[in-house]
Design a protein around this ligand. Structure first.
Ligand code: NAD
Length: 264
């Protein structure tokens, strides 16, 4: 098995990375940062997001495992003290592969377009001014948005920024994207739906900034890019998915309960 470890860089995560390499070598696993079969993330959800973005060109063949070194990580199945157990299971067991949907965003500019994949969400915000943009669903005008921003989240990202905005928590087996508003202006002149909407896989949403030169922040998970030449953004559920290697069951609703309600 070829593997790579991405860690958060703090003392505990670094120590665990060292331990992982020792145990992995004893089992005959080979470190390979260029072409791994499995990516081990040691740290928090932010570490797994980084690992995803570093290896999202290999999604067709790579799987991910998360080890958390802080409080419960939403994407991490294993705790620091369980590392030996994890490596033993990796050596002896066939994992269950669980695939979660991703949001794809194509940003169209006058001289070309860029494509981004989000594991949690894509966020669009105005920089230095209110975001004014029309939202189209399946090529029909849905609403004119004025406010701080728009968050388009994946099902697994529905428990992140989306949840803070009052969006629904969506099970990752439902291939969908969810559009939530950040502080929309609603009065007699401006009107948005106000609640988040969930689109199925075969639908698409276009966000068209009213002013062509508006300075915008495009935030893909933790990565922020500023642009002032965006003509439109198309958001869809991607054909690609992230694949997690599960060496023991950790159902989504248990994850939600343990993260937000009570630990078992
Ligand atoms: P960060 O370290 O500030 O992480 C924010 C928190 O979000 C952490 O507690 C993390 O564990 C949690 N988190 C991340 N993904 C999650 C998920 N899928 N479900 C439940 N909780 C999750 O920032 P970061 O590490 O750079 O992470 C970026 C993420 O932060 C973004 O993808 C976004 O979802 C989130 N965020 C949230 C808010 C908010 O809730 N108001 C605002 C901005 C960004």
């Amino acid at each position: 098995m070829k593997y790579v470890v991405i860690d958060r860089g703090d003392d505990l995560s670094r120590r665990l990375t060292g331990r992982f390499h020792t145990l992995a070598s004893a089992h005959g696993f080979a470190p390979d940062a260029e072409s791994p079969d499995i990516v081990i993330s040691i740290g928090g959800d932010g570490t797994l997001l980084q690992a995803f973005h570093r290896y999202n060109h290999l999604l067709d063949r790579v799987s991910f495992v998360g080890v958390h070194t802080g409080h419960l990580g939403f994407y991490a199945d294993w705790q620091a003290h369980e590392l030996d157990d994890l490596v033993a299971k990796m050596a002896s067991d066939k994992p269950q592969y669980v695939r979660y949907p991703l949001v794809e965003v194509v940003a169209n500019r006058p001289d070309g377009s860029e494509r981004y994949l989000a594991l949690n969400e894509f966020t669009l915000k105005g920089v230095g001014s209110t975001l004014v943009a029309s939202i189209h669903i399946n090529d029909e005008l849905f609403e004119m948005f004025r406010g701080d921003g728009i968050v388009v989240s994946t099902p697994s990202g529905s428990t992140a920024y989306n949840k803070s905005l009052g969006g629904a928590v969506i099970h990752p087996s439902i291939e969908s994207l969810q559009i939530a508003e950040i502080a929309s202006i609603n009065n007699r002149v401006y009107r948005t739906l106000g609640s988040s909407v969930v689109l199925p896989k075969h639908h698409h949403c276009d966000i068209i900034p009213e002013k062509e030169s508006q300075r915008l922040a495009l935030v893909v998970d933790h990565i922020s890019i500023e642009r002032s030449d965006i003509r439109s953004l198309r958001c869809t559920v991607s054909d690609k998915k992230i694949c997690f290697a599960r060496y023991r069951p950790f159902p989504f609703w248990r994850r939600v309960r343990e993260a937000f309600l009570t630990e078992s």
